[in-house]
Design a protein around this ligand. Structure first.
Ligand SMILES: [Zn+2]
Length: 294
């Protein structure tokens, strides 16, 4: 009897030791993941307020008749909300190809909105924000394989400076193959926090750098973190841009404001591909993440 009680205590103690050991292993794994496995994302978020951008767009009115402008950021396999996995991106492009979509340029979209110039049937403008190097290494070969072109809004001050961003040579190669490189300002500061002088510099200097480095003028800008107002839109116009892109969730239609063009944001979720199809069909899925419809 006594012996049985002791062995019970013994196994009880070992049970607790096992639980403790599992917790230690779990903590070590988590620490390893955050400290070693994700080093470059630390640079990204400190540079560009990435989380704000990925969570900003609330669903707006549904307009299934306009032009779809897709908005991606990173195409890579790390578990980041701003990153769509390479295979998933490939599937999205395959889906668009099989559904008969034709990729267009921002210039074509602008001509459609401002002058009514007809677009090819099933047009899609594929855009990337920030100018990450994986747009060149991962997305560009896939896009070429499906015969699509895309537009990259680059943070001009980051090119040739940070390894996670494109080089000017890569941007030039993309331009030479029909892609568009446009402005996402020089430093990716939220525009509502800048003085007029800083704002003017961000807008004019980024255009100048694109023109100097690529020999091609930029007439389009994407608002960093999606923030803008009427005053900012006016300054964008004065800086020589024809149009500006927001992260307002909708299609672009004939009634869209050229300085507040809508886009469809695509980022990683637990069910990225299913969500992609839902989102391009304008089924409001943002409520799933606790975002309130307004
Ligand atoms: Zn951005």
């Amino acid at each position: 009897m006594k012996r049985k009680k002791n062995s019970y205590k013994y196994s009880y103690r070992w049970g607790w030791i096992t639980v403790f050991a599992l917790i230690v292993i779990l903590l070590c794994t988590l620490i390893y993941k955050f400290v070693f496995d994700d080093d470059s994302s630390a640079t990204v978020s400190s540079n560009i307020n990435a989380p704000v951008e990925s969570m900003a767009p609330p669903p707006e009115m549904v307009n299934a008749n306009g032009v779809m402008v897709l908005n991606y950021h990173k195409i890579e396999n790390r578990l980041l909300s701003l990153a769509v996995r390479v295979n998933d991106f490939d599937k999205h492009m395959m889906w668009l190809k099989e559904a008969g979509y034709t990729s267009i340029t921002p210039e074509q979209l602008y001509d459609f909105v401002s002058k009514g110039t007809p677009l090819p049937p099933k047009p899609v403008l594929i855009t990337f924000d920030d100018g990450y190097v994986d747009n060149y290494t991962n997305a560009y070969p896939i896009l070429k394989r499906y015969g699509f072109v895309a537009t990259v809004f680059v943070v001009t001050g980051f090119l040739d400076k940070y390894p996670e961003y494109l080089t000017w040579a890569q941007a030039k190669e993309m331009i030479d193959n029909g892609f568009s490189i446009e402005s996402h300002t020089v430093n990716h500061k939220p525009m509502t926090e800048l003085s007029d002088e800083q704002l003017r510099n961000e807008l004019i200097e980024s255009r100048k750098q694109i023109s100097d480095k690529l020999g091609k003028e930029s007439f389009f800008v994407a608002y960093p973190t999606g923030t803008y107002n009427l005053h900012i839109a006016q300054m964008v116009k004065e800086a020589g841009y024809k149009a500006a892109f927001t992260i307002k969730y909708d299609n672009v239609g004939m009634n869209s404001n050229v300085y507040a063009l809508e886009r469809v944001p695509i980022f990683q979720t637990e069910t990225t591909n299913h969500d992609f199809l839902e989102r391009i069909n304008y089924i409001p899925i943002f409520e799933k993440f606790g975002w309130v419809k307004n």
